[in-house]
Structure formats: C-alpha cells, structure tokens
Design a binder for this molecule. Sequence first.
Ligand SMILES: *Cc1c(COP(=O)(O)O)cnc(C)c1O
Length: 399
Amino acid sequence: MKTTFPLGQFQKIETPFYYYDTERLDKTLATVAKLGRENGFRIHYALKANANEPILRRISAYGYGADCVSGYEVRRALETGFNPSDIVFAGVGKADWEIELGLDQGISCFNSESIQELGVINELAARKGVKAPVALRINPHVDAHTHHYITTGIEENKFGINPWDWDKVIKFLETAPNLEWKGLHFHIGSQITNFDVFKGLCTRINEIQAWFACNNLTPRIINVGGGLGIDYSNPDSDGPDFRTYFDIFKKHLDLQFGQEVHFEPGRALVAQSGSLISKVLYVKEGVKTRFAILDAGMTELIRPALYQAFHVIENLTSNAPATLYDVVGPICESSDCFGKAVNLPETRRGDLIAIRSAGAYGETMSSNYNLREKVKTWYSDEIPSDESSTYTPSGKQAG
Ligand SMILES: *Cc1c(COP(=O)(O)O)cnc(C)c1O
C-alpha cells in the first residue's frame, strides 16, 4: 500500500503538519475488522496511539470498540461514536473522577491493576448504587523483547497485578458486592515484532487461567491487549500481519466454552497511514555529516528522542545525488534528532521532508515545549490530489 503525496498542494500548506492517508487507513481498518469477525474476536482500538476525531469516527464506524487509558479518552471515545458498552478503561492510576465518569456512562469494563483501586471502584460504585464491571490486569512476567521503555509485562514494571497478590485479589472480590468480575487482562508491551513473544503470552495465559480456575473463577473475557509492531523500515509495506497474529491466539489459547477473546491494537492500525511533513529551514556543515535542520522537532514527534525510534525519512522535493545528513529539529535539546547519517538526496532550504510511519504515538505525544503551537493536521480526502507533481517513493532508503 503506497502512500502518494500531493506535492503541489503541500507547497501551499504551512509546515509542519501531519498528513494522514485515509484511503490506506480505511483499507487497514476494513481488513482487520473482517479478520476479527471471522475469528470471533472483539477488537478495541487503543486511543492513545492516535485520538484525532476524524480517525476515531472512522474506527468506530468500522465497529471497533475503544480502549481508553484516561477519563479524557473515555470522553473523546463517547464523542466520536463509540457506544459505552464498547469502551474499556485501563490504566495503573485512575483518579476518582475518571472512575465516576466510567460508572456514570456505563462503560463495559474497568481493567484494574491493584487491590487498592478495586476497593475505590467498589466504594464509588456502591455510592451510586451500581455494579462496576471489572477485569484484572495481570502482570504475566512475559518479556516482550522490545525497547525497555515500552515493555510492560515483566516483574519490575508498574503494570498489572503480580502473582503474589492474586490470592488477596480473589479474597477481595468475594467481599466486594459492587464489583462484577468479567475476566483477565494482559498487555505486555508495544512494537512487538517477534511472534514467538505472543506464543509465549498464550502459554502463560493458559497457566494463569488454570490457576484462577482452581480457585473457582473462570474468566468470561480474556483480553490479550495490544502490542503488535509494524515494520518501520518499510513504510509502504502492507502493514502488520494480523492474520498470522490472530492465528497464534486461535491456535495457542486454551478457551473454555463461551469465553470471549479481546484485542487492543493501537499502533498496528494507524501508524503507517500517517507522515509528519516538514520543511528544511537550514543546512549546516557538521563534523562528519551535514545537519538538515527542519521546522518540525521532538515537539511534533518525540519517538526518536524518547525511544531511539527509527523512522524512514524522505526528501520529497529533491532528486539530486545522495549524501549523509543528521536530520534534526529546532528544539533546544540535543536529543531533538530524527535520524543520524540519513542518506538523502542533496537537501536545500525549502525542501519538503516526510517522516514516515508517524501515525501512531506521533500527534498524541506532541507537546508545546518551547511554546510551540499544536501541530496542524491534514487528511488525504480533504486535499485535492494533483497527479502531475505527486511524489512516489523510490523504495530504497538507507539511514
Ligand atoms: C498502549 C496500550 C495498548 C496499545 O498498544 P499498541 O502497542 O499501540 O498496540 C493496548 N492496551 C493497553 C492497556 C495499552 O496501554
């Protein structure tokens, strides 16, 4: 699935901005929704990857549920077409107002991560005279083998309820009349590209289920979380292999009659449809390479600075012979660098640069550090295409 950029139109738009290929997004959403239905899986999209309203409206229209990690996200989900009964609410620290919001709106499940929080949910539900649907987020101690900042399922992480607390949780549930136990929730990390990790998760879930069954608790819902990674080095590839991914869970999870399997992909659904488009402000000679200084920085896309993340960087407006550039932003931090020694065609002031596969954890993590303004957004279906000057990537990229 190739994204093409309407360069003639881009020249008229103020940079930097995010550009979303809505056709591509639609294709991904349709394909994955169909695969989910065929397998009988329920998919909740993780809003934190991208929470732009037009994108969320599309996602809800395809029948996905919403996985929220704040009261603000719950509100946004409700505003963009998700039914309360399709909203789940996770997060290691939910404030009282966020829990009350979820209860008032009648969301489908609170994924809770501590006995103390379960106590607060029980109390707030009692005050309202309702029963709160809860699932237990379990820390399964499965290493996602991804960047340590986005690993969430190992012993040292703050996420999930650890095995030494399971006995206590079960006892607590028995004494909490305003909680309705729905099932188990797992989410072991993000940008996972090794499918064996998911196999390992299934094995672990089977063991954990068996443990709960021994204690007379059979979960109705097994929520396996998100985390499916994308290939950042191939922005125009067809996207993550959801078929193989779903097959792994189909084959390796031991399910009881009537159990539902829920998924929470974020990145895998939206990442490849977005690019950050920026203009070159200056080119400066460095020691080993030149610096291409852009008008976008870590304030618009923090992933490289935060996780040493790799994004393909393309010069959309130069065909000159290639040379090496450190592609950096204007922010007063040395980590404000999108890529070191990137092989780009000779780059001049005014060239348009695309930072690819930026549709997930790009805009949602943007900030106004240095008092920068919120980055602008364009969708391909609201920009007239201009075939004559459309950039088509050459397909090869070093860096
Ligand atoms: C972030 C998150 C997700 C989505 O993760 P991706 O890697 O974007 O698929 C799913 N579930 C929970 C609980 C999360 O916190």
